[in-house]
Design a protein around this ligand. Structure first.
Ligand SMILES: C[S@@+](CC[C@H](N)C(=O)[O-])C[C@H]1O[C@@H](n2cnc3c(N)ncnc32)[C@H](O)[C@@H]1O
Length: 231
């Protein structure tokens, strides 16, 4: 695969100076945005597909794009059920590079995760693992509130618990994500380089890319970063 993705460009050289204030504000304020009816129906449909009696462990793949990571996670964790959520119907319907034989332990749903996460929490459903792979970086300084850790829904994401893993090709995003998690949980949480091997590499101890964005960034020579924490 040839790829020449551009590196993330930002005027930020370190964590956003307002991040801690923003996270504290969201921790102490109730997020009141009403849940959209379409997202409620999508949520109900996804939960109905979950064979919880057979597979009690739920994995959430938030902002899953075309859903290849959801498929990969379902193959990697056959005893869990994986729900991949994305707001883009176009991306979800592409199914590029999908194998003819697919595992049965996953479901893709079109929804806004802002509502989906709150519905999960309201229902007392806590995923065992939660993946947030290559979210839109929103690198402009003024867009810090659009990054997941700067969003009003972030305390909900944290309250869902489980093992959370966020990956990005922008180190500052992951450093901020880790700092915001640490602020809300009181735990020591850090970012780390995420080293992977090319898909064509056969024998290696390193993992291969599991999402199209991961593959594209890796092939373009970008360094990848992740924050993985038990909440
Ligand atoms: C950069 S893409 C990454 C996709 C995929 N995780 C990957 O690595 O290939 C970011 C994805 O986040 C989705 N997204 C952004 N905001 C969302 C939201 N509020 N709810 C659901 N999906 C969202 C977009 O539709 C897009 O598919």
């Amino acid at each position: 695969m040839f790829a020449n993705s551009r590196q993330v460009f930002s005027s930020q050289t370190d964590l956003h100076e307002q991040l801690a204030i923003l996270v504290e504000r969201h921790r102490t304020t109730l997020f009141k945005k009403p849940v959209n009816e379409v997202n409620l129906l999508a949520y109900r449909q996804a939960i109905a597909m979950w064979d919880a009696a057979k597979r009690p462990a739920l994995i959430i793949d938030s902002c899953c794009g075309v859903g290849i990571s959801t498929l990969n996670l379902a193959q990697k964790f056959p005893k869990s059920f994986v729900i991949g959520i994305d707001q883009s119907a176009d991306r979800l319907s592409r199914q590029i590079k999908w194998p003819a034989k697919r595992p049965e332990n996953f479901f893709l749903v079109r929804a806004d995760v802002v509502d989906f996460w709150r519905l999960l929490l309201d229902a007392g459903i806590h995923p065992s693992q939660h993946y947030l792979l290559y979210p839109n970086p929103w690198p402009k300084k003024t867009h810090v509130g659009r990054r997941w850790h700067g969003h009003a829904v972030f305390p909900t994401l944290v309250a869902l618990g489980g093992i959370i893993e966020c990956r990005s090709n922008w180190k500052i995003y992951i450093d901020e994500f880790a700092a915001a998690l640490q602020q809300l949980t009181g735990k020591s949480i850090a970012s780390e380089p995420y080293l992977i091997a090319s898909v064509s590499t056969k024998s290696t101890a390193l993992p291969t890319p599991i999402t199209p964005f991961e593959e594209k960034y890796h092939t373009s020579g970008h360094a990848l970063w992740r924050c993985r924490a038990l909440l």
